[in-house]
Design a protein around this ligand. Structure first.
Ligand code: UDP
Ligand code: GLC
Length: 411
């Protein structure tokens, strides 16, 4: 594809930074959002405020039941669930698919999404499966299609077949793509040969005031409320339990830090129960069970994050973005993170956080022990992180850029 073909294929794709504001747009388009998951992962948390901002002119179709539905409805969002058992069995971390068994269900979902899309101007696809099912139906619905890319499209994360399908659909059935990080964008550019302009980046944004609102001046009380040890030095790791999120790396590091406790907040959302069990076994084998606190999935991230001395991010594969990192920054806690993917677009080593090579257990030990020994330095990192989170990852900025991307898709 040459440059002019690209421009005609993505006539509306342009860098996310633009001087137009949402208020100046003549008429906001109506949007059907599609997300494959009923669970609360990062892609769903990023859709939540956007769908909420579009309640008057939008609707969300989910491809599975789950708590995400209730969260959307609580915000006044109209939700429809189109579930097909064989299709919802396909997931991002285990991208295996019994195609033959799933085919009739896939076709029914393609048709159902196309039918749902009819009254809307734009079809907004938020996940991989939503992309496949929504974009395949383009000849039926003929709507403008935007894909919010939340993944790094590489062999580390996906199989050949999945990458091939995505490449084909992006070329033939998607009008506009927005990526959650430069790392995700670059992976799609490498896969498809699109130009950099065709894949603008909009980083996730969060409401930092939800974090500032939590009073952590009485740390003992805060921890008592959460059932955490009041006096221990606490490292918190937030995120769903999955092998590539690297909770096992944090446990291995903890075994070398006898004065530290680890709090694991998150659950196996997408069927990784064997991994969750292996973490309990690993803690036992390392003799550190009394210093590991499995908190499960929690709704009140700001409170849990504020109760920590340090926040860890240990993904062993490049993290596409990493909402938990900007949340840790908004909580004004020092963040130690695995330096790959979108993370390096958020954190600067020893300036607003601490970067470690992914999977480097010694590196995590060194980072945590350094911060523990130098609380003033740790505080400086946290203060800078807080300022950066407010400036670079605000919810308003995110919503404005995403709303614009939707408007450009519709034109
Ligand atoms: N999260 C949560 N409760 C938990 C664990 C995680 O609400 O117990 C949220 C967390 O605050 C973050 C999201 O789940 O907003 C995870 O997003 P992230 O981008 O870090 O990772 P993903 O799971 O999407 O790969
Ligand atoms: C995906 C990615 C995560 C990112 C989130 C929101 O779930 O795994 O890194 O932060 O989407 O874009």
């Amino acid at each position: 594809m040459n440059a002019s073909e690209l421009t005609s294929h993505f006539p509306l794709a342009q860098p996310a930074q633009t001087e137009t504001t949402t208020q100046e747009l003549p008429e906001a388009p109506t949007v059907l959002f599609v997300d494959q998951s009923g669970q609360l992962g990062g892609a769903e948390f990023s859709l939540l405020p956007l769908a909420s901002a579009c309640t008057q002119r939008g609707k969300v179709v989910l491809l599975s039941e789950g708590p995400f539905r209730g969260r959307l409805e609580a915000l006044g969002v109209h939700v429809e669930v189109i579930n097909e058992v064989h299709v919802s069995g396909i997931n991002r971390d285990a991208m295996q698919l019994n195609w033959l068994r799933a085919l009739p269900g896939i076709w029914r979902q393609v048709r159902a999404i196309a039918e749902q899309a009819k009254p809307f101007d734009v079809l907004f696809l938020n996940t991989q499966k939503a992309l496949v099912l929504g974009a395949l139906g383009k000849p039926l619905h003929r709507k403008r299609v935007i894909w919010h890319l939340h993944d790094i499209m590489s062999r580390e994360h996906f199989g050949h077949a999945q990458l091939f399908i995505v490449k084909w659909l992006v070329r033939h059935a998607v009008d506009h793509v927005v990526a959650n990080s430069r790392a995700s964008a670059n992976s799609l550019i490498a896969l498809t040969g699109l130009s950099a302009d065709a894949v603008p980046v909009v980083h996730n944004g969060i409401d930092a005031s939800e974090f500032s609102r939590i009073d952590a001046s009485d740390m003992a009380m805060l921890r008592r409320r959460l059932g955490l040890p009041e006096k221990a030095w606490l490292a918190g790791l937030f995120g769903r339990l999955a092998p590539w999120k690297g909770q096992h790396i944090a446990l291995a590091a903890l075994a070398r830090m006898p004065d530290v406790h680890l709090v694991l907040v998150g659950a196996a959302l997408f069927g990784e129960h064997a991994y969750a069990q292996s973490l309990h076994r690993q803690a036992e084998q390392l003799g550190i069970e009394d210093r590991v606190h499995f908190a499960g999935f929690r709704d009140d991230m700001p409170t849990w994050m504020k109760a920590m001395d340090v926040i860890l991010h240990t993904s062993t594969e490049p993290e596409p973005f990493g909402r938990v990192i900007i949340e840790g920054m908004a909580a004004a806690r020092p963040v130690v993170a695995a330096a790959a993917g979108g993370v390096t677009e958020i954190l600067r080593h020893r300036k607003n956080g601490w970067l470690v090579k992914p999977g480097d257990v010694e590196g995590f030990v060194d980072a945590v022990e350094t911060l523990r020994a130098a609380p003033e330095f740790a505080q400086r990192l946290a203060d800078q992180a807080f300022a950066d989170a407010q400036r670079d990852f605000s919810l308003d900025g995110y919503l404005e850029q995403m709303t614009l991307a939707i408007a450009h898709t519709a034109r």
